[in-house]
Design a protein around this ligand. Structure first.
Ligand code: HEC
Ligand code: HEC
Ligand code: HEC
Ligand code: HEC
Length: 212
Protein backbone atom coordinates (compact mmCIF):
# COMPACT_ATOMS: atom_id res chain seq x y z
CA UNK A 1 0.00 0.00 0.00
CA UNK A 2 2.79 2.35 0.96
CA UNK A 3 4.73 1.65 -2.26
CA UNK A 4 1.55 2.21 -4.21
CA UNK A 5 0.90 5.67 -2.79
CA UNK A 6 4.54 6.61 -3.37
CA UNK A 7 4.06 5.47 -6.95
CA UNK A 8 0.91 7.59 -7.28
CA UNK A 9 2.70 10.62 -5.83
CA UNK A 10 5.61 10.04 -8.21
CA UNK A 11 3.29 9.67 -11.20
CA UNK A 12 1.33 12.80 -10.26
CA UNK A 13 4.61 14.66 -10.05
CA UNK A 14 5.67 13.39 -13.49
CA UNK A 15 2.34 14.48 -14.98
CA UNK A 16 2.49 17.87 -13.26
CA UNK A 17 6.01 18.32 -14.58
CA UNK A 18 5.20 17.31 -18.14
CA UNK A 19 2.21 19.67 -18.11
CA UNK A 20 4.45 22.58 -17.14
CA UNK A 21 6.72 21.87 -20.13
CA UNK A 22 4.00 23.26 -22.40
CA UNK A 23 3.83 27.05 -21.99
CA UNK A 24 0.26 28.39 -22.05
CA UNK A 25 -0.62 31.05 -24.62
CA UNK A 26 -0.92 33.58 -21.84
CA UNK A 27 2.01 35.93 -22.21
CA UNK A 28 2.01 37.32 -25.75
CA UNK A 29 4.24 40.23 -24.73
CA UNK A 30 5.49 42.16 -27.77
CA UNK A 31 3.59 39.68 -29.96
CA UNK A 32 0.35 41.34 -28.91
CA UNK A 33 0.82 43.71 -31.83
CA UNK A 34 -0.38 47.23 -31.19
CA UNK A 35 -1.20 46.18 -27.62
CA UNK A 36 -4.71 45.14 -28.58
CA UNK A 37 -4.68 42.79 -31.59
CA UNK A 38 -4.05 39.75 -29.39
CA UNK A 39 -4.37 36.42 -31.18
CA UNK A 40 -5.52 38.28 -34.29
CA UNK A 41 -2.03 39.78 -34.58
CA UNK A 42 -1.24 36.54 -36.38
CA UNK A 43 -4.34 34.35 -36.80
CA UNK A 44 -7.63 35.05 -38.59
CA UNK A 45 -10.50 33.01 -37.20
CA UNK A 46 -12.29 33.10 -40.59
CA UNK A 47 -11.45 33.72 -44.28
CA UNK A 48 -7.68 33.88 -44.02
CA UNK A 49 -6.20 37.36 -44.09
CA UNK A 50 -9.26 38.75 -45.95
CA UNK A 51 -10.94 38.85 -42.55
CA UNK A 52 -8.71 41.75 -41.53
CA UNK A 53 -8.70 43.71 -44.76
CA UNK A 54 -5.92 41.95 -46.69
CA UNK A 55 -6.47 40.14 -49.95
CA UNK A 56 -5.41 36.51 -49.64
CA UNK A 57 -8.15 34.24 -48.38
CA UNK A 58 -5.96 31.16 -48.87
CA UNK A 59 -3.52 32.14 -46.13
CA UNK A 60 -6.06 30.91 -43.62
CA UNK A 61 -5.41 27.35 -44.78
CA UNK A 62 -2.11 27.51 -42.92
CA UNK A 63 -2.82 27.73 -39.18
CA UNK A 64 -5.52 30.34 -39.98
CA UNK A 65 -2.65 32.69 -40.86
CA UNK A 66 -3.60 36.36 -41.03
CA UNK A 67 -0.66 37.66 -43.03
CA UNK A 68 0.93 37.43 -46.45
CA UNK A 69 3.30 34.47 -46.77
CA UNK A 70 6.78 35.62 -47.80
CA UNK A 71 8.17 34.41 -51.15
CA UNK A 72 11.76 35.57 -50.51
CA UNK A 73 14.63 33.08 -50.91
CA UNK A 74 16.48 33.24 -47.56
CA UNK A 75 19.43 30.98 -48.32
CA UNK A 76 20.60 28.14 -46.10
CA UNK A 77 23.41 27.65 -43.56
CA UNK A 78 25.98 25.01 -44.44
CA UNK A 79 29.44 23.85 -43.33
CA UNK A 80 31.81 20.89 -43.86
CA UNK A 81 30.68 19.34 -40.57
CA UNK A 82 26.92 19.64 -41.07
CA UNK A 83 25.36 16.21 -41.53
CA UNK A 84 21.61 16.93 -41.71
CA UNK A 85 21.06 18.86 -44.96
CA UNK A 86 19.10 22.12 -44.73
CA UNK A 87 16.25 22.89 -47.15
CA UNK A 88 15.29 26.45 -48.17
CA UNK A 89 12.20 27.70 -46.28
CA UNK A 90 11.18 30.46 -48.71
CA UNK A 91 10.75 30.83 -52.45
CA UNK A 92 7.84 31.25 -54.78
CA UNK A 93 6.42 27.77 -54.22
CA UNK A 94 4.13 28.48 -51.32
CA UNK A 95 4.01 25.88 -48.56
CA UNK A 96 1.11 23.52 -48.11
CA UNK A 97 -0.57 23.40 -44.75
CA UNK A 98 1.40 20.29 -43.82
CA UNK A 99 4.94 21.47 -44.76
CA UNK A 100 7.26 21.50 -41.75
CA UNK A 101 8.76 24.79 -42.94
CA UNK A 102 5.63 26.73 -42.01
CA UNK A 103 6.96 26.68 -38.41
CA UNK A 104 9.77 28.94 -39.64
CA UNK A 105 8.27 30.71 -42.64
CA UNK A 106 5.37 32.14 -40.63
CA UNK A 107 7.84 33.92 -38.32
CA UNK A 108 9.44 35.46 -41.37
CA UNK A 109 6.15 37.09 -42.33
CA UNK A 110 7.24 39.65 -39.70
CA UNK A 111 10.91 39.04 -38.83
CA UNK A 112 12.01 39.74 -42.36
CA UNK A 113 13.56 42.98 -43.50
CA UNK A 114 11.51 42.88 -46.66
CA UNK A 115 8.48 43.50 -44.45
CA UNK A 116 9.60 45.35 -41.31
CA UNK A 117 13.34 46.11 -41.21
CA UNK A 118 13.28 47.17 -37.56
CA UNK A 119 12.43 43.68 -36.28
CA UNK A 120 14.40 41.61 -38.78
CA UNK A 121 16.59 38.94 -37.18
CA UNK A 122 20.33 39.37 -37.37
CA UNK A 123 23.31 40.64 -35.44
CA UNK A 124 22.27 44.18 -36.33
CA UNK A 125 18.52 44.22 -36.39
CA UNK A 126 18.31 46.65 -39.28
CA UNK A 127 20.42 44.45 -41.53
CA UNK A 128 17.67 42.54 -43.13
CA UNK A 129 17.36 38.82 -43.12
CA UNK A 130 16.59 37.78 -46.65
CA UNK A 131 16.61 41.33 -47.90
CA UNK A 132 18.38 41.23 -51.25
CA UNK A 133 18.38 45.03 -51.38
CA UNK A 134 20.73 45.27 -48.38
CA UNK A 135 22.91 42.32 -49.47
CA UNK A 136 22.33 40.62 -46.15
CA UNK A 137 23.20 36.99 -45.50
CA UNK A 138 19.57 36.01 -45.08
CA UNK A 139 19.43 32.78 -43.06
CA UNK A 140 22.95 31.73 -44.13
CA UNK A 141 24.47 33.18 -40.94
CA UNK A 142 21.75 32.08 -38.51
CA UNK A 143 21.30 28.79 -36.63
CA UNK A 144 20.10 26.40 -39.35
CA UNK A 145 16.38 25.65 -39.62
CA UNK A 146 14.36 23.22 -41.74
CA UNK A 147 16.66 20.22 -41.38
CA UNK A 148 16.08 16.91 -39.64
CA UNK A 149 17.38 16.41 -36.11
CA UNK A 150 18.84 13.00 -36.88
CA UNK A 151 21.33 11.78 -34.27
CA UNK A 152 22.28 8.77 -36.41
CA UNK A 153 23.53 11.07 -39.17
CA UNK A 154 25.15 13.44 -36.64
CA UNK A 155 26.29 11.55 -33.49
CA UNK A 156 27.09 14.79 -31.62
CA UNK A 157 23.32 15.42 -31.35
CA UNK A 158 21.16 14.06 -28.53
CA UNK A 159 18.48 11.58 -29.62
CA UNK A 160 15.28 13.30 -30.81
CA UNK A 161 13.35 11.57 -28.00
CA UNK A 162 15.54 13.42 -25.47
CA UNK A 163 14.91 16.74 -27.22
CA UNK A 164 11.13 16.42 -27.08
CA UNK A 165 10.70 15.05 -23.56
CA UNK A 166 11.09 16.27 -19.99
CA UNK A 167 10.21 19.55 -18.30
CA UNK A 168 12.58 21.27 -20.72
CA UNK A 169 11.05 19.75 -23.86
CA UNK A 170 11.67 21.49 -27.17
CA UNK A 171 9.67 20.90 -30.35
CA UNK A 172 10.66 18.99 -33.50
CA UNK A 173 8.25 19.10 -36.43
CA UNK A 174 6.86 16.46 -38.76
CA UNK A 175 7.81 12.86 -39.45
CA UNK A 176 11.42 13.89 -40.14
CA UNK A 177 11.71 15.60 -36.71
CA UNK A 178 12.83 18.90 -38.20
CA UNK A 179 14.28 21.91 -36.37
CA UNK A 180 12.36 25.13 -37.09
CA UNK A 181 12.21 28.60 -35.49
CA UNK A 182 9.43 27.28 -33.26
CA UNK A 183 11.72 24.48 -31.97
CA UNK A 184 13.55 27.01 -29.78
CA UNK A 185 10.88 29.72 -29.64
CA UNK A 186 7.27 29.71 -28.40
CA UNK A 187 5.71 32.77 -30.05
CA UNK A 188 2.79 32.74 -27.59
CA UNK A 189 4.76 33.13 -24.38
CA UNK A 190 7.59 35.49 -23.48
CA UNK A 191 8.06 34.26 -19.88
CA UNK A 192 11.64 33.10 -20.57
CA UNK A 193 12.51 36.23 -22.57
CA UNK A 194 13.17 36.23 -26.33
CA UNK A 195 10.10 33.98 -26.62
CA UNK A 196 12.33 30.99 -25.80
CA UNK A 197 10.65 27.66 -25.02
CA UNK A 198 13.00 27.12 -22.09
CA UNK A 199 15.33 29.44 -20.20
CA UNK A 200 18.79 29.37 -21.77
CA UNK A 201 20.42 29.06 -18.32
CA UNK A 202 24.16 29.89 -18.37
CA UNK A 203 23.75 30.55 -22.08
CA UNK A 204 24.01 26.78 -22.60
CA UNK A 205 20.86 24.97 -21.38
CA UNK A 206 18.93 25.44 -24.62
CA UNK A 207 21.87 24.45 -26.82
CA UNK A 208 22.77 21.38 -24.74
CA UNK A 209 19.23 20.05 -24.96
CA UNK A 210 20.09 19.16 -28.56
CA UNK A 211 23.90 19.17 -28.77
CA UNK A 212 26.25 16.94 -26.70
C1 HEC B 1 3.11 36.66 -33.15
C2 HEC B 1 2.21 35.81 -33.86
C3 HEC B 1 1.22 34.99 -33.10
C4 HEC B 1 0.27 35.39 -32.18
C5 HEC B 1 0.01 36.78 -31.66
C6 HEC B 1 -0.50 34.21 -31.84
N1 HEC B 1 -0.02 33.12 -32.53
FE1 HEC B 1 -0.73 31.24 -32.48
N2 HEC B 1 0.77 30.61 -33.69
C7 HEC B 1 1.74 31.42 -34.23
C8 HEC B 1 2.72 30.61 -34.92
C9 HEC B 1 3.95 31.11 -35.65
C10 HEC B 1 2.29 29.28 -34.78
C11 HEC B 1 3.03 28.04 -35.29
C12 HEC B 1 4.21 27.76 -34.37
C13 HEC B 1 3.83 27.17 -33.06
O1 HEC B 1 2.95 26.31 -33.02
O2 HEC B 1 4.40 27.58 -32.04
C14 HEC B 1 1.06 29.30 -34.02
C15 HEC B 1 0.30 28.20 -33.67
C16 HEC B 1 -0.91 28.26 -33.02
C17 HEC B 1 -1.75 27.10 -32.75
C18 HEC B 1 -1.45 25.67 -33.17
C19 HEC B 1 -0.32 25.07 -32.39
C20 HEC B 1 -0.50 25.15 -30.89
O3 HEC B 1 0.42 25.64 -30.23
O4 HEC B 1 -1.55 24.77 -30.36
C21 HEC B 1 -2.84 27.56 -32.06
C22 HEC B 1 -4.01 26.73 -31.57
C23 HEC B 1 -2.66 28.99 -31.87
N3 HEC B 1 -1.48 29.36 -32.47
C24 HEC B 1 -3.53 29.80 -31.16
C25 HEC B 1 -3.26 31.11 -30.78
C26 HEC B 1 -4.03 31.86 -29.81
C27 HEC B 1 -5.24 31.33 -29.05
C28 HEC B 1 -3.46 33.09 -29.72
C29 HEC B 1 -3.82 34.25 -28.81
C30 HEC B 1 -3.80 33.94 -27.36
C31 HEC B 1 -2.36 33.12 -30.67
N4 HEC B 1 -2.25 31.88 -31.26
C32 HEC B 1 -1.55 34.19 -30.93
C33 HEC B 1 1.80 32.79 -34.13
C34 HEC B 1 1.04 33.55 -33.29
C1 HEC C 1 2.73 39.65 -36.52
C2 HEC C 1 4.15 39.78 -36.69
C3 HEC C 1 5.05 38.79 -35.96
C4 HEC C 1 5.12 37.41 -36.13
C5 HEC C 1 4.30 36.57 -37.07
C6 HEC C 1 6.18 36.94 -35.27
N1 HEC C 1 6.72 38.00 -34.59
FE1 HEC C 1 8.21 37.92 -33.23
N2 HEC C 1 8.01 39.93 -32.85
C7 HEC C 1 7.16 40.78 -33.52
C8 HEC C 1 7.29 42.12 -32.95
C9 HEC C 1 6.55 43.37 -33.44
C10 HEC C 1 8.25 42.03 -31.92
C11 HEC C 1 8.77 43.16 -31.02
C12 HEC C 1 10.02 43.69 -31.61
C13 HEC C 1 10.61 44.83 -30.81
O1 HEC C 1 9.93 45.36 -29.94
O2 HEC C 1 11.77 45.13 -31.07
C14 HEC C 1 8.67 40.63 -31.87
C15 HEC C 1 9.62 40.14 -31.00
C16 HEC C 1 10.15 38.86 -31.04
C17 HEC C 1 11.24 38.38 -30.24
C18 HEC C 1 11.91 39.14 -29.11
C19 HEC C 1 13.09 39.90 -29.61
C20 HEC C 1 12.89 41.37 -29.60
O3 HEC C 1 13.42 42.02 -30.52
O4 HEC C 1 12.22 41.92 -28.70
C21 HEC C 1 11.49 37.09 -30.62
C22 HEC C 1 12.54 36.16 -30.08
C23 HEC C 1 10.53 36.76 -31.67
N3 HEC C 1 9.74 37.85 -31.89
C24 HEC C 1 10.48 35.54 -32.30
C25 HEC C 1 9.46 35.15 -33.19
C26 HEC C 1 9.31 33.81 -33.72
C27 HEC C 1 10.26 32.68 -33.48
C28 HEC C 1 8.18 33.81 -34.49
C29 HEC C 1 7.55 32.63 -35.17
C30 HEC C 1 7.33 31.43 -34.36
C31 HEC C 1 7.65 35.18 -34.47
N4 HEC C 1 8.45 35.93 -33.65
C32 HEC C 1 6.55 35.61 -35.18
C33 HEC C 1 6.32 40.42 -34.54
C34 HEC C 1 6.06 39.14 -34.98
C1 HEC D 1 18.55 26.72 -32.08
C2 HEC D 1 17.61 27.58 -31.42
C3 HEC D 1 17.04 28.73 -32.20
C4 HEC D 1 16.46 28.68 -33.45
C5 HEC D 1 16.26 27.48 -34.34
C6 HEC D 1 16.02 30.03 -33.73
N1 HEC D 1 16.34 30.87 -32.70
FE1 HEC D 1 15.87 32.83 -32.54
N2 HEC D 1 16.96 32.97 -30.83
C7 HEC D 1 17.52 31.90 -30.15
C8 HEC D 1 18.18 32.39 -28.96
C9 HEC D 1 18.91 31.54 -27.94
C10 HEC D 1 17.98 33.79 -28.94
C11 HEC D 1 18.48 34.79 -27.86
C12 HEC D 1 19.93 35.10 -28.07
C13 HEC D 1 20.14 36.06 -29.17
O1 HEC D 1 19.61 37.17 -29.13
O2 HEC D 1 20.89 35.72 -30.12
C14 HEC D 1 17.22 34.12 -30.14
C15 HEC D 1 16.83 35.40 -30.49
C16 HEC D 1 15.92 35.70 -31.49
C17 HEC D 1 15.38 37.02 -31.76
C18 HEC D 1 15.71 38.29 -30.99
C19 HEC D 1 17.14 38.72 -31.21
C20 HEC D 1 17.40 39.23 -32.60
O3 HEC D 1 18.34 38.71 -33.26
O4 HEC D 1 16.69 40.13 -33.05
C21 HEC D 1 14.51 36.89 -32.80
C22 HEC D 1 13.68 37.98 -33.43
C23 HEC D 1 14.54 35.48 -33.21
N3 HEC D 1 15.41 34.79 -32.40
C24 HEC D 1 13.79 34.96 -34.24
C25 HEC D 1 14.03 33.70 -34.80
C26 HEC D 1 13.49 33.25 -36.07
C27 HEC D 1 12.59 34.05 -36.98
C28 HEC D 1 13.96 31.98 -36.26
C29 HEC D 1 13.78 31.08 -37.47
C30 HEC D 1 14.30 31.61 -38.74
C31 HEC D 1 14.77 31.63 -35.10
N4 HEC D 1 14.79 32.70 -34.25
C32 HEC D 1 15.37 30.39 -34.89
C33 HEC D 1 17.46 30.58 -30.53
C34 HEC D 1 16.98 30.11 -31.75
C1 HEC E 1 16.12 21.78 -31.24
C2 HEC E 1 17.47 21.28 -31.30
C3 HEC E 1 18.61 22.27 -31.34
C4 HEC E 1 18.86 23.31 -30.48
C5 HEC E 1 18.04 23.76 -29.28
C6 HEC E 1 20.11 23.88 -30.89
N1 HEC E 1 20.58 23.22 -31.98
FE1 HEC E 1 22.26 23.68 -33.01
N2 HEC E 1 21.77 22.32 -34.42
C7 HEC E 1 20.76 21.40 -34.33
C8 HEC E 1 20.83 20.50 -35.45
C9 HEC E 1 19.88 19.33 -35.73
C10 HEC E 1 21.92 20.91 -36.23
C11 HEC E 1 22.45 20.25 -37.49
C12 HEC E 1 23.64 19.36 -37.05
C13 HEC E 1 24.16 18.49 -38.17
O1 HEC E 1 23.37 17.89 -38.90
O2 HEC E 1 25.41 18.37 -38.32
C14 HEC E 1 22.49 22.06 -35.56
C15 HEC E 1 23.58 22.77 -36.02
C16 HEC E 1 24.28 23.70 -35.28
C17 HEC E 1 25.53 24.28 -35.68
C18 HEC E 1 26.25 24.05 -37.01
C19 HEC E 1 27.14 22.85 -36.84
C20 HEC E 1 28.02 22.57 -38.03
O3 HEC E 1 28.55 21.44 -38.08
O4 HEC E 1 28.21 23.45 -38.88
C21 HEC E 1 25.94 25.08 -34.65
C22 HEC E 1 27.25 25.87 -34.57
C23 HEC E 1 24.92 25.01 -33.62
N3 HEC E 1 23.93 24.15 -34.04
C24 HEC E 1 24.96 25.67 -32.42
C25 HEC E 1 23.91 25.77 -31.53
C26 HEC E 1 23.85 26.68 -30.40
C27 HEC E 1 24.96 27.63 -30.01
C28 HEC E 1 22.66 26.47 -29.80
C29 HEC E 1 22.06 27.22 -28.63
C30 HEC E 1 21.87 28.67 -28.85
C31 HEC E 1 21.97 25.44 -30.55
N4 HEC E 1 22.76 25.02 -31.58
C32 HEC E 1 20.73 24.94 -30.23
C33 HEC E 1 19.81 21.34 -33.35
C34 HEC E 1 19.70 22.24 -32.30
Amino acid sequence: MKTRSILIVALTLVFAMSASAQLAKTNLGAHNIGGTNGCKSCHAPHNGSVATGLTDQSTGKILLWDRAISQVVYGTYTSPTMKNPVTEIGGTTLPTNTDDRIYSLLCMSCHDATITPSIAIGATKNIGSGDAATSSYGLRNDHPVNMAHNATLQPTLNADTIVTSGTDALALFGANKTVQCASCHEPHNNTNGDFLRIANTNGTALCLKCHK
